[in-house]
Design a protein around this ligand. Structure first.
Ligand code: ZN
Length: 126
């Protein structure tokens, strides 16, 4: 049942979660990879619209979403963020961090475990 603020849901415009009756989308920014800047100046379609609270968050979200034309994954990037309200452009360096992901798989027995250990470290476990 929906309360006073309506349902808590993901906004289809900005992608953020909020109460449907009180949610206001953060302002939109235009972001482009620095290497795309000359082309983006000629072709406004190359700027990606990103809803964010400020320029820094827009730059960060742009990289997180993998919006760059060059789909090749890089952790760090330099991007241009334009305020569509003023036309002012700011530049940001975005630094990423890879988070390791672990996955455990069962091994049949001690011998298999020891063999796997040796394969991994090049020496016997004990
Ligand atoms: Zn929204």
């Amino acid at each position: 049942m929906a309360g006073t603020w309506g349902d808590y849901r993901k906004c289809t415009i900005c992608g953020e979660y909020g109460w449907e009756k009180t949610h206001k989308c953060p302002p939109d920014w235009l972001v482009a990879d620095l290497s795309d800047l000359p082309d983006a100046e000629a072709d406004p379609d190359l700027w990606r619209k990103v809803h964010a609270r400020d320029e820094a968050e827009a730059a960060q979200k742009f990289i997180e979403r993998g919006d760059r034309r060059d789909a090749e994954f890089t952790e760090d990037a330099v991007v241009a963020v334009r305020d569509p309200r003023t036309g002012a452009t700011a530049f940001y360096q975005v630094q990423g961090e890879l988070v390791p992901e672990y996955r455990a798989e069962p091994l049949a027995d001690l011998d298999t475990a020891k063999a796997e250990y040796k394969h991994l470290y090049g020496c016997d476990a004990f």
